[in-house]
Write a protein that binds this ligand. Structure first.
Ligand code: ZN
Length: 48
């Protein structure tokens, strides 16, 4: 299950899996903003 975040600065939405959070805090991949809001979770699609 992936967490969905929205950037408060530019409004971009993205999944946690798109972020490199190994060493750095969560940041918007588009504008680099750190003001992110967790807006939901998405169940991964089943493989066919
Ligand atoms: Zn942003």
């Amino acid at each position: 299950m992936d967490r969905i975040y929205q950037c408060e600065d530019c409004g971009a939405r993205f999944e946690e899996v798109e972020l490199d959070i190994e060493d750095e805090p969560l940041a918007c991949p588009k504008c680099g903003g750190l003001d992110l809001q967790l807006i939901g979770e998405q169940i991964a699609e089943e493989e066919h």
